[in-house]
Structures are given as C-alpha cells and as structure tokens.
Design a binder for this molecule. Structure first.
Ligand code: NZQ
Ligand code: ZN
Length: 388
C-alpha cells in the first residue's frame, strides 16, 4: 500500500427529517446565501423544509445555478456575496449547485487578479481560504457533499475545469434519502453510473496489496448494482434510496482512494464531451470507460480479472475471455439503467476526436491515467472505438 494522509471533517446528517437540524448546524446570526439550481427544490418540498428550518435566520437567495455550473453565473453570486456581506453559504441541490457554491466560496475571498485562475491555473495557484459552506444534497451522484472537489464550466469558451481544496470541504451535509423520490429517471441513472465510475477510477488500476480499499470499493459497486434497480422499480422505496445515497457519498469521499493508484482518465475525457456537446456527466463516463477498459486491458489486467470475479462472478474461461466478459457485463449494466455507451447514440461523430485531443495538447497535458501512459493518441483511439 502507498503512503497516505486522510482528512475528512465533513459532518454528515443522514436520514429522513434531518433537514430540520439546519437551525442547529448554522451559527445564529449568520448572514446566509441560499444557493440553488433551476427550481426542483421548489417543486419537491425541499425549499419549504429549508426555509422552515431556518426561520429567524437572515437569508439572501441565489437561484438559477445550472447543471454543469457556469462560471459566468457563479461570478454573479460572488457579487451578491460581497454586496450583502454574506458569511455562510448554504448549497441546496445536486452536484452542480454544491460545486458551484464551492467556487463561490473560494472566489469571494480570492486575492489574485481573476478568480478564473482557481480553475485555469490549478496546480500553480492554491485556494488559501474560502467562506464556510453547508449543503443539503438533493441528488446522490457526485460525492461533492463530502469532498473538496468542484467542477465549473466557462460557457463562453466551453472549458470545463476542476479544482480541489480542503478549504471548500462542507462544514456539514444533510443527506435525506427522500429527495430521491422526486428525481427523474435519467438523473437516478446518471447518479448510479457516476458513483459506479468514481469507484472504478480509484479501483480499476493495478494492485498494491490494499485489500481494505479493494473490498470497500467492491462493496460499493455491488451495492449500486443491487440497489440501483430497486430505486428504479420503486422510486418511493426509502431503503433503496438510502442505500443508493450512502453508496454515492462513500464512492468519492476519499476513503477508498487512500494509498492506492488512481486513474481519472475517464472523467478527464468525459468532461470534454460535456464541454463540447452538453452530454450529461454520467453519460459521458459510460461512453469513455468501456473504451479505456478495452485499450488498457493489459495494463489493468489483474484488477479487471479481480473485478470480474468478485463483482460479476466471472470465473470461467481464460484471462482474455474473462476480461471480454467483464467489459461486456459493465456495458450491460450501464445499458440496464438506460444509459447508452456510444458517441453516435448522442448524435456525435468523429469530428469530436481532434477537438478533444487538441484540448489536452493546448493545456500541455501529454499523459494521463494511473501509470501516466495514456497519451493523446490513446485518447483518439478510445473515442474512435466508442464512435458507434
Ligand atoms: O437545477 P435543478 O432544478 O435543481 O434540477 C436539477 C438538474 O436539472 C435536477 N435535480 C437535482 N435534484 C433533484 C432534481 N430534480 C428533481 N428532484 C431532485 N431531488 O437534476 C439535474 C441535474 O443536477 P446536477 O446537480 O447537475 O447533477 P449532478 O449531481 O449529477 O452533478 C453534476 C455536476 O457535478 C460534477 C459534474 O462534472 C457536473 O458538473 N462533478 C462533481 C464532482 C465532485 N464535486 O466531486 C465529481 C463528479 O465526477 C463530477 O465531475
Ligand atoms: Zn463523476
């Protein structure tokens, strides 16, 4: 196992009715910005619960944060924060609202010339401070509720970039599984596959003798395979919703990734497909991952075989046959929740390949993946395989 440091101070309040705890979680006298998305919280009762819980608190609202939150919109929120001397940010929504709020929290206190640098010069500049954040999660998927990551899109240039900082780890996150009841089918599917592929990014690499991490990862994958269809079959099943929600949080709160190699190539390539074509985040991952598994089947051989055997019970045949069967099972799982895995399914043709490759070249990224050997030529091959 590799050396690691693990720090995750996020207080999780999990379960039915937990939104009512907001009044205890937020300091009295706080000047709150309530950030939310396109209005789902007003239709499913979450907004009413939040407002009821925060009766007597000073709240300024900022709605309209888009899916794949736009830098342009978030900078308007930063202006509101400064104007009203906001000192606490409450994000109520899915990963986009949470990520957007993290950016607002960092940008509001940014002392550099342009807050876009937080994203565009990641690695060169660091977020040194941010306003405190609390969250009420409404869509299990990204893990944003229990991590310090944020992904922001600059609409005018089609850049979708990420940053990470301990300073934007939420102080608390409220996870009430009943929010799942109002989710459209496609968002449940996106959530299941996003969480699934978060695990794969941290698991499907090469062995470093880390059985705790491996078995945690396999348990999350198995839980998503078993509970996902139950959420589909009966949206009002509290138990299935609760298991799905906790699986998605555990998939990307840092725990399974400690001391092991991590890949993230699927996400890096997938983000470009969203940036250029607006394909949902979860869908982009289901396009890219099968291509990576096919191209890097030798590199990832031991872990693909382990994943196939432990998660899909594939034990028959020689190694090549088992790898083929495992890739096939993975694709079938994505399709079973209604997510297609080819670019043509989203109306995208081969013209996307040079556009994506150029993005990596422009940013000076020559290699990605857990071994640092997935080249821009490989990215082209992966997308080529996934055309139709
Ligand atoms: O905007 P509203 O009206 O709230 O509607 C949203 C949105 O249209 C709707 N929704 C959310 N909760 C709902 C609901 N509708 C009905 N009932 C509810 N309870 O769902 C739509 C999608 O929401 P969004 O927040 O965009 O989805 P998701 O949670 O999948 O977040 C995706 C974003 O997170 C980033 C992605 O790149 C993307 O920008 N990611 C963040 C990560 C992180 N912070 O660690 C990691 C991920 O890999 C990912 O990159
Ligand atoms: Zn993701």
């Amino acid at each position: 196992m590799n050396n690691f440091e693990f720090y995750n101070p996020v207080r999780i309040c999990f379960g039915k009715g937990e939104i009512a705890k907001l009044s205890k979680l937020v300091s009295k006298g706080a000047n709150i910005l309530l950030a939310y998305g396109g209005g789902s919280i007003k239709r499913n009762g979450v907004y009413d619960q939040v407002i009821a819980a925060l009766k007597g608190f000073k709240i300024i609202e900022f709605g309209g944060i888009e899916a794949n939150p736009h830098y342009e919109t978030l900078m308007k929120a930063v202006a509101v924060v400064k104007e009203h001397k906001i000192d606490f940010l409450l994000a109520v929504g899915g990963g986009s609202v949470l990520d957007g709020t993290k950016f607002i929290a960092a940008a509001a206190l940014w002392e550099g010339s342009d807050p876009w640098e937080i994203l565009s010069r990641r690695g060169e500049v660091n977020v040194e401070k941010a306003l405190p954040i609390g969250t009420v999660l409404t869509l299990p998927a990204t893990g944003s509720e229990m991590n310090g990551n944020s992904v922001v899109t600059r609409w005018e240039t089609h850049d979708k970039l990420a940053f990470a900082s301990d300073h934007v780890l939420p102080v608390f996150s409220i996870l009430d599984p009943e929010v799942v009841f109002s989710l459209p089918q496609i968002q449940v599917a996106n959530g299941i596959v996003d969480a699934f592929i978060h695990v794969m990014e941290q698991y499907l690499t090469y062995p470093v003798n880390a059985p705790i991490q491996d078995r945690f990862a396999e348990s999350i994958l198995t839980t998503l395979i078993e509970e996902g269809p139950k959420v589909f079959a009966d949206r009002s099943s509290y138990d299935a919703a609760a298991n799905f929600m906790w699986a998605a949080t555990m998939a990307l709160n840092g725990l399974i990734g400690v001391g092991v190699p991590q890949d993230w190539a699927t996400h890096m390539i997938g983000h470009e497909l969203t940036a250029f074509h607006g394909i949902d985040h979860g869908q982009t991952l289901c396009i890219v991952l099968p291509g990576i598994m096919k191209l890097k089947r030798e590199n990832k051989k031991e872990k693909i075989l382990q994943y196939g055997e432990r998660v899909w019970k594939i034990t028959k045949g020689n190694a090549d046959e088992r790898i083929d069967a495992t890739i096939q099972k993975t694709i079938e799982f994505f399709e079973s929740v209604g997510i297609k895995t080819k670019l043509a399914d989203y109306g995208v043709g081969s013209e996307i390949i040079p556009k994506v490759v150029n993005r990596f070249i422009e940013r000076g990224i020559k290699v990605i993946g857990e071994r640092g050997d997935l080249t821009t030529d490989d990215i082209a091959k992966i997308l080529e395989m996934q055309l139709k």
